[in-house]
Unconditional design. Structure first.
Length: 120
């Protein structure tokens, strides 16, 4: 993988990790409010939080298989978030973070797949 692409991917992994930490730890009260506003159960909020933090940690590891699992997890969770926002007719400003994280997850996933194919 070219050096610039490698730097970009590593930067996206860090951005994803920091974003998940900020949203699910620092601004957790906001997450609790959103799940209440969207009439989603607290057990789902807790499950999503545990999974999202776990997947974000996996992105930071050197094991390409764990990075791939983490990115697939982020893509699945963020797809669910985008669908939920669309169902409740959120405005674009509220959907944008989910779309952005989905795109970051997809870029990391595609990079992981490509790296796996190169190492075969």
């Amino acid at each position: 993988m070219p050096f610039q692409i490698s730097i970009l991917i590593e930067s996206l992994k860090i951005i994803a990790g920091v974003a998940v930490f900020f949203v699910w730890v620092v601004r957790y009260d906001n997450i609790k409010k959103e799940f209440i506003d969207y009439s989603l159960p607290s057990w789902l909020r807790d499950l999503v939080g545990i999974l999202k933090i776990s997947f974000a940690i996996m992105l930071q590891l050197q094991n390409e298989q764990l990075v791939m699992i983490g990115s697939v997890g982020i893509v699945i969770l963020m797809s669910g978030a985008v669908i939920t926002h669309l169902k409740i007719k959120s405005n674009f400003r509220n959907i944008l973070p989910s779309i952005t994280m989905l795109i970051i997850g997809l870029i990391i996933l595609l990079s992981s797949i490509q790296s796996g194919l190169i190492n075969i």
